[in-house]
Design a protein around this ligand. Structure first.
Ligand code: AMP
Length: 218
């Protein structure tokens, strides 16, 4: 896979909340050598650290709304200045609006968009049952991926992984993020950008395998 890591361009992992972007991002990052940049993780870190940015973002996140573009673009621009980003990165959960995508196209080269498709009716069950191991960052699910009994006591649930907030996150996805799908498809007609769709309903390994097949020709 060394041919992949020598590419300087970036990959976008796109999909609704709960599609498995974070889980697949860890694997894609290992395969390609591109660091994972998750705006959701960066925002949660800022909230934990209690920075001004974190305090401002928290109100939006708790309500399942998108954080304003200006905050997100500032975060991404800073992150891309770090040396590990010079060979291209894997964007996870970014861009989420057309304004973010337009801004991104002026600061980084994107060669592939991987769209993970999961129907709405599966999303709520996926997200509400999601749990995380804070020590390793591993993601489990009470029904689909139960954690080993020894780590059960330390599992946590994200504050925004409740049904009410999920419905609002899904609404934000349909209103503000989904239109990016057409935007990237149109861009791919006039550039070398590759847009691929993957069925996100299989097991973690099955979805990873479909993505890997696409990465081999990346
Ligand atoms: P995630 O972990 O990607 O599901 O993101 C959690 C929350 O962080 C989202 O519901 C938004 O409130 C916020 N967020 C993360 N990434 C973005 C983004 N690119 N644009 C706007 N808000 C974001």
């Amino acid at each position: 896979m060394s041919a992949i890591s020598s590419q300087a361009s970036s990959i976008i992992l796109f999909g609704p909340p709960g599609a498995g972007k974070g889980t697949q991002a860890v694997r894609i990052s290992q395969t390609t050598g591109k660091p994972q940049i998750s705006t959701g993780d960066m925002l949660r870190e800022a909230v934990r650290a209690g920075t001004d940015l974190g305090n401002e973002a928290k109100g939006y996140m708790d309500r399942g709304l998108l954080v304003p573009d200006s905050i997100i673009i500032g975060l991404i621009s800073e992150r891309l200045k770090r040396s590990d980003a010079s060979g291209g990165v894997l964007f996870d959960g970014f861009p989420r609006t057309i304004a973010q995508a337009e801004e991104l196209s002026s600061i980084a080269e994107v060669s592939m968009v991987i769209m993970i498709q999961v129907p709405d009716e599966d999303i709520v069950e996926r997200i509400v049952g999601r749990r995380m191991d804070p020590e390793t960052g591993d993601i489990y699910h009470i029904k689909f991926r139960p954690a080993p009994s020894e780590i059960l006591p330390r599992l946590i649930q994200r504050k925004d992984d409740n049904e009410e907030t999920v419905r609002s996150r899904l609404n934000a996805y349909h209103q503000q993020t989904k239109p990016l799908s057409d935007w990237y498809h149109k861009l791919s007609e006039k550039t070398n950008l590759r847009v691929i769709s993957v069925d996100g309903r299989g097991s973690i390994d099955e979805v990873a395998e479909s993505i890997n097949l696409e990465l081999e020709v990346f």
